[in-house]
Design a protein around this ligand. Structure first.
Ligand code: NCD
Length: 363
């Protein structure tokens, strides 16, 4: 394979790394300007979100028939994906591997560096470069913030630049979760004018929840969205995100009383306490988080068309008694992840025309 001209190979790592997050997107596209690496929520504008959601829906409907499924499975049968998940994951891992199955992509995996040569002292860089020899894309989740970006930069400067998809990096970003959250909101508000003008209430550990950080940014693509961030003071959303929202001219509020925000919400995005990031033993336990649980009696205060989302896993913040309520959409949200990730991979590998053609032919 000849060296493809990748924008990311035209910039040194330090210069790229130092760029503000809002200026990185152009470097992550392919030489043809299309989506290539998927690392940051800042890569997606309104048009991209609309077309990705549309493609996910066409894949979802196509997959309903056996013939449609056979068509989809033939689309990327010549592709191989490495799922490099060295941080715990059930949903994201399974939804990526299911999305790969839907498109016929063959999957290899590393889930524990103790079973890879990294254990023998191989650098992460060499390990990832090794994977790139056998695979056509790498989906990676690590607890090291920025590692997906660095890997993308390293591989873009080799003779085999392959797309890197960030499936959760440290505390900073989880762009594909945010994409499935947007898809869920698009579907939830389909009959109510879409996401524009809606009030989204984020609740829980907003300081360390990477899904919130990515989703808050994606919501800046919509007109008139209001965000309310509800958290105990030490877990309130970071200043860096608020600065981005300020620059985007978005209306937001910070609150500490959850209950009073409920009637205002079109969507409530619950999150768990991310205590794996505690820097001192039992740090999170010292914070009273019980006021940030969705109590069954809150359902009476919630609007009839409002929805409750959660990236999962959950703990006590949503009791299972809520699950039967039609406004609790988190199980559907999870399944949406499979469709949006299939759509994303189809887009990266330029399969959308084939999908659209098939879809039109069977309607
Ligand atoms: C989230 C994550 O890993 O950031 N999980 C997920 O991907 N659905 C949220 C969490 O772990 O709380």
């Amino acid at each position: 394979m000849t060296q493809e001209s990748m924008p990311l190979s035209h910039i040194g790592w330090d210069s790229f790394n130092r760029l503000p997050v809002t200026e990185k997107a152009p470097y992550l596209a392919g030489s043809d300007g299309r989506v290539f690496h998927v690392l940051l929520a800042q890569q997606f504008n309104r048009a991209a979100l609309d077309s990705l959601g549309g493609l996910a829906t066409r894949i979802r409907r196509t997959a309903k028939t056996e013939e449609g499924m056979t068509f989809l499975r033939g689309l990327m049968a010549n592709k191989r994906a490495m799922l490099y998940f060295t941080q715990p994951s059930s949903r994201t891992f399974l939804s990526f591997s299911s999305a790969c199955q839907i498109l016929g992509v063959n999957v290899g995996e590393v889930r524990d560096t103790a079973t890879s040569s990294e254990f023998k002292g191989e650098s992460q860089e060499d390990s990832l470069r090794t994977f790139s020899s056998y695979f056509d894309m790498i989906v990676m989740r690590t607890q090291v913030g920025g590692l997906a970006e660095h890997t993308a930069w390293v591989l873009s400067n080799t003779e085999r630049p392959i797309p890197i998809i960030n499936a959760g990096s440290g505390k900073d970003q989880h762009p594909t979760q945010a994409l499935l959250d947007i898809y869920t909101l698009q579907r939830s508000f389909e009959a109510r004018g879409g996401i524009d003008g809606k009030t989204i209430v984020f609740v829980g550990d907003l300081a360390r929840g990477r899904t919130v950080r990515s989703l808050a940014w994606l919501l800046t693509n919509y007109t008139g969205v209001r965000m309310i961030f509800v958290a105990p003071e030490p877990l309130q959303i970071g200043r860096d995100i608020l600065n981005l929202l300020d620059a985007a001219g978005v209306t937001y509020e910070l609150a500490s009383d959850f209950e009073t925000t409920i009637p205002e919400a079109d969507a409530i995005y619950m999150t768990r306490i991310q205590d794996e990031w505690d820097t001192t033993e039992g740090e999170s336990r010292k914070i009273d988080t019980s006021r940030y649980h969705f109590r069954p009696e809150y359902l009476d205060r919630l609007g009839p068309h409002a929805v409750i989302l959660h990236p999962f896993p959950r703990r006590q913040e949503i009791p299972t008694a809520i699950d039967h309520d039609p406004r609790a959409v988190y199980w559907r949200q999870m399944r949406n992840g499979m469709w949006i990730r299939a759509a994303l991979m189809a887009l990266i590998f330029k399969k959308e025309r084939l999908i659209d053609g098939y879809y039109a032919s069977v309607r």
